[in-house]
Design a protein around this ligand. Structure first.
Ligand code: ZN
Length: 433
């Protein structure tokens, strides 16, 4: 009998190790010299020439140092994540190229949601099939032409511009999208009308968010970018972390008002240390009948910032095609955040589409058909409902995060399987600041 128990324990350990084996670092091969004639030196010399610095501006002997500076900045930006940057060819690895023949953009990359699947497929993405491209010859605007600027200073500027854009394109291949740069706790409804450029301090910033062509100022991941990366397969594994996924329960939580609270699907959040907030992602969302409401519930603490981002349409090839759809049959949805309010439900926030441009959230030119609620403060501690109304049938997924302000001491979180009382978390105790 004891032997049997031991065997079971060994099996359990083996299974656990089998699961952990996928936590091996994700290699990203930095390919600086693409396709023979397209050398990195030629590309950056073209960039310098394009802004009037001369045809052979960068000494050939400096190239290795510039490449190292780019690799160091990429490593710095992805610090804490399970990514390993290398210049050595690695079988089966995803690649980032820096000297392909230039398009008229800074970079291109496929959008690989949750590091799990590419548009219009449910199959796991093949790393070897994923290539992010940086067009180094277009980074002339990151160089300074001011009198007295040294070559070394411009090499440093160029390395930041190329590396942070490289981090951006790779971000797409791990599931990040352009709106994620607005996911900073300093951007709330109070300053949706003028964000003062906070979004452009973050990696997923783009021309649409108001980032200029001079990319030489270092950027970092926003809180939302960090949280979404942690919800991507194998990207964040600190302390055994795995993505917190909640499969849609189907067309069974469809009440038309939040009064029928027992019909909602409870969401159970999980704290992400590196992002300092708690997350859950609804997967396999389906609207089987037009007009139904998929309703999710959770307990939220007063002052928490709630973000909910639907993915159904989005863009199939980021930084290339501005319109398109992620799922073959994307569900057109409306998203409403309710609070129970003692049985007299109140709407806290509503979104029909994503819209942002420059320093404006909820207005401007960039729109996709998927709704998003961004950093909405929860007014009181209460039961909350995220109501995904299906205007049309189809597929969707929904990322949800709840951030606790520094001054707040706790957040109540709902649980699908445990009694709600067990779901209390004193998150501030685990925050690193
Ligand atoms: Zn992009």
């Amino acid at each position: 009998m004891r032997l049997h128990i031991s065997v079971l324990i060994v099996l359990a350990v083996l299974l656990a190790n089998g699961g952990r084996a996928s936590a091996a670092p994700i290699p990203v091969v930095l390919n600086f010299d693409s396709n023979g004639a397209n050398s990195f030196l030629n590309a950056i010399d073209a960039a310098a020439d394009g802004v009037g610095l001369g045809a052979a501006y960068f000494p050939a002997g400096d190239v290795a140092g510039i490449k190292t500076a780019i690799q160091n900045e990429l490593t710095n930006v992805y610090n804490g994540f399970n990514i390993q940057f290398t210049t050595a060819p690695t079988a089966g690895a995803r690649t980032e190229t820096f000297a392909d023949p230039a398009g008229n953009v800074f970079g291109l990359a496929p959008f690989n949601w949750r590091n799990a699947f590419l548009p219009n497929t449910s199959s796991p993405a093949n790393d070897a099939a994923i290539t992010a491209q940086i067009f180094s010859s277009n980074f002339g605007p990151s160089l300074s032409t001011a009198a007295g600027t040294t070559v070394a200073q411009n090499e440093a500027r160029l390395a930041i511009g190329i590396a942070d854009t490289g981090a951006h394109e790779l971000g797409h291949t791990f599931g990040l999208d352009h709106q994620d740069d607005y996911g900073d706790p300093r951007i709330t409804p109070a300053n949706y009308a003028n964000t003062l450029g906070i979004q452009n301090t973050h990696i997923m910033a783009s021309g649409v968010s108001g980032l200029g062509n001079d990319r030489s100022t270092p950027r970092q991941f926003s809180q939302l970018e960090l949280a979404k990366l942690a919800q991507s397969n194998n990207v964040y594994v600190a302390n055994g972390f795995t993505p917190n996924l909640a499969p849609d329960a189907g067309d069974t939580h469809t009440q038309l008002s939040t009064a029928g609270a027992n019909a909602s699907q409870p969401l159970n959040f999980k704290f992400v240390q590196i992002a300092g907030e708690s997350v859950v992602t609804v997967t396999g969302g389906t609207i089987g009948t037009a007009g139904i409401h998929d309703v999710y519930s959770f307990l939220g603490g007063a002052g928490s910032l709630l973000t909910a981002d639907i993915l159904a349409f989005s863009a199939p090839f980021e930084d290339d095609v501005a319109t398109g759809k992620f799922f073959n049959t994307p569900a057109n949805t409306l998203l409403t955040l309710w609070r129970l309010n003692g049985g007299n439900p109140q709407v806290v926030a509503f979104s029909s589409d994503k819209q942002y441009s420059g320093n404006k959230w909820l207005s401007g030119v960039e729109t996709d058909a998927d709704p998003m609620i961004l950093n909405q403060p929860l007014p009181v501690t209460d039961t909350y409902f995220l109501d995904v109304q299906g205007v049309s049938t189809g597929n969707y997924e929904m990322f949800v995060s709840a951030a606790v302000p520094e001054a707040s001491t706790w957040l109540l979180l709902g649980s699908g399987l445990l009694a709600l009382a067990f779901a209390r978390r004193k998150l501030a105790a685990t925050e690193t600041g």
